[in-house]
Design a protein around this ligand. Sequence first.
Ligand SMILES: [Cu+2]
Length: 136
Amino acid sequence: MKSISSVLRGISLAFCAVMLIASSFFWAASPAAAETYNVKMGTPKGLVFDPAVVTIKPGDTVQWQVGSLPPHNVVFDSAKVPDGNKDLAAKLSHKGLEGAGKSFEVNFPADTPAGEYSYYCLPHRGAGMVGKVIVQ
Ligand SMILES: [Cu+2]
């Protein structure tokens, strides 16, 4: 005859097995999770994007956050995106100037072509405030 504790142990083992199977199914069913990358606009180092280069995958999002010396914006250079795609460059750009404490996010859709996307901050382009997003 089984004792209560061995029955309970059996139940908890079964429960663990079910959870393990359920969680592995969840991980197998969900595609690679999209990520968000953070870039500071203006730092104590000056008029720079930090990090100046981010490497992402299609579907990921880049969040630009105003740091020092605002205002800033992000303009993708149509001459420096894959195939000189002006429409895509315009779509990814955030031309509105943002002040202290502001941030904005730009999603790179799942069908974004791989390659290098160079951008600049319009008011500070001459000061060398440029950055790059590499889509893998
Ligand atoms: Cu700027």
